[in-house]
Design a protein around this ligand. Structure first.
Ligand code: NDP
Ligand code: PMR
Length: 411
């Protein structure tokens, strides 16, 4: 709720908010150009009008074992293979659009609602040789395992080059926790645990790819060294991970073992996302060559993440972020930012939490039918951001990572 004390706090911090927002430690000299829509890598294939979606039961037979350029009957040419979770909405949808239109990526849209995913692809006219839609319900560890089995059947021996863990839920209004299929608090299960399992199941495959990258979306609100994360309660805090130690299952909702708070559960899950990236980097970057990265796209104040919030909040919040904090970013620009972390050579550095400075303005890069107008620019300048001490706490990160193996049933 955006209550009176929020406004008072808000007035107090307005003057200083811009200073807090810009927390660059090592700002990069210049922003390297993002994806171009006229990439020469894309051959002009005509594709069969076969599958554009995969339900769990609809695994296609791998039809062309000789040519690595054909997947599930779809000729994908030299496109790299990327999985984007939550590709049906907001940041994930816009990142998918950017990657597809670059001509360099074949996107596996990993979504909980396959029909919604298909509708997105149709609305934006994704070419058939650029995407497929696969079912992934992150609130079920079995669904994650099924997804990975389907993915492997679909792509056969061709390794996955990129994995984008983007899907999330934010449940600030529910007085009581909701539970995943496996009995875990929903935002922890979807935002962290499902992705944790997904990444771990795909590491062996991804290490076979040259230049593989795994990106997990984090947030400023999980970082207490910022206004958004430090001054606005509840704050993220994993404590001593008492809840997780006790198995983290119903009726235990919070990983610190304290009482349920939906907004905090979301922020805690974002801390876990960012810690997961740091641990993956420390444990696996050298041995696998995979780049592990996290990022904060800016405040994408108009997405469906805020679906539980009241209408008036959803109207005021973007204005507040645009004109007061300056932290606002449009969906399309945010998608370009996430796509930049996937694609830009600058972002091949592992273990980084990327953020953007400056005026984020959505540039009209697509016409009304969803076709790209050409390479557009964007406002922000990418930099390596610094996470809060709590997010950087190695001891907690290691413990969280090890306990996550148990919770996700990874032996
Ligand atoms: P949206 O709600 O628009 O998108 C979230 C996506 O996650 C949707 O595609 C949704 O599917 C999917 N999803 C939700 N639950 C599940 C599930 N159980 N299994 C599989 N997929 C699921 O939110 P955003 O685009 O804003 O959020 C994307 C990411 O950006 C999140 O990680 C969020 O934490 C992060 N972020 C967002 C910020 C913001 O200001 N909005 C700021 C900082 C970070 P469906 O389409 O079916 O609803
Ligand atoms: Mg927050 C510079 C300040 C800043 C930034 C970058 C954010 C980002 N927020 C800032 C400040 C404030 N916010 C202030 C001063 C207030 C009190 C008026 C405030 C309030 C607020 C609310 C009620 N902000 C919110 C909420 C939400 O429900 C969102 C949330 O916490 O979701 C977990 C949110 C957010 N503010 C942000 C960002 C990025 C969010 C949304 C989502 C996320 O972190 O993923």
């Amino acid at each position: 709720m955006f209550e009176l004390h929020h406004f008072v706090l808000f007035a107090l911090v307005v003057a200083s908010s811009h200073a807090f927002l810009a927390l660059p430690t090592a700002r990069l000299a210049s922003r390297v150009s993002t994806l171009s829509s006229s990439d020469p890598l894309t051959p002009a294939f005509t594709t069969p009008s076969t599958l554009a979606s995969l339900e769990v039961a609809e695994i296609p037979s791998y039809q062309d074992k000789e040519s690595p350029k054909v997947l599930g009957g779809i000729k994908i040419g030299l496109r790299k293979l990327v999985v984007v979770t939550g590709a049906s909405s907001g940041l994930g949808r816009e990142c998918t659009r950017e990657l597809v239109n670059s001509g360099k990526y074949f996107v596996i849209m990993a979504v909980r609602d396959v029909e919604k995913g298909k509708a997105v692809a149709k609305k934006f006219n994704f070419p058939e040789n650029s995407y497929t839609v696969m079912k992934l319900e992150l609130a079920s560890l079995q669904s994650v395992r099924d997804f990975v089995a389907n993915l492997k059947a679909f792509k056969s021996a061709r390794p996955l080059t990129h994995l984008v863990c983007n899907a999330a839920v934010y449940l600030p209004k529910d007085p009581k926790p909701s539970w995943s299929d496996d009995g875990y608090e929903m935002s922890m299960a979807v935002n962290h645990l499902g992705h944790f399992l997904l990444v771990n199941l795909l590491l062996d495959d991804m290490k076979k790819a040259k230049g593989a990258r795994c990106v997990i979306v984090g947030s400023i609100t999980g970082n207490s060294n910022t206004v958004g994360g430090g001054l606005v309660y509840p704050r993220a805090d994993l404590g001593k991970l008492k809840g997780m130690e006790q198995g983290g299952k119903q009726p235990i909702a919070m990983m610190d073992g304290k009482n349920y708070d939906g907004a905090k559960a979301y922020k805690d899950s974002k801390v876990m996302n960012m810690m997961t990236v740091s641990e993956l980097h420390r444990r696996y970057h050298k041995s696998t060559g995979i780049t592990f990265a996290s990022m904060y796209p800016g405040c994408i104040a108009e997405t469906q993440l805020f679906r539980e919030k009241r209408q008036w909040f959803r109207k005021i919040f973007p204005l507040f972020m645009k004109y007061v904090t300056g932290g606002y970013v449009g969906e399309q620009e945010a998608g370009q930012r996430l796509a930049q972390v996937v694609d830009d050579p600058i972002c091949s550095k592992s273990g980084v939490y990327w953020s953007w400075n400056g005026g984020a303005q959505t540039v009209g890069r697509y016409d009304k039918s969803g076709k790209p107008k050409g390479a557009g620019g964007s406002g922000g300048e990418i930099f390596e951001n610094q996470q809060s001490d709590a997010v950087q706490d190695r001891e907690t990160a290691m413990k969280m990572f090890d306990l996550s193996y148990d919770l996700a049933g990874i032996s």
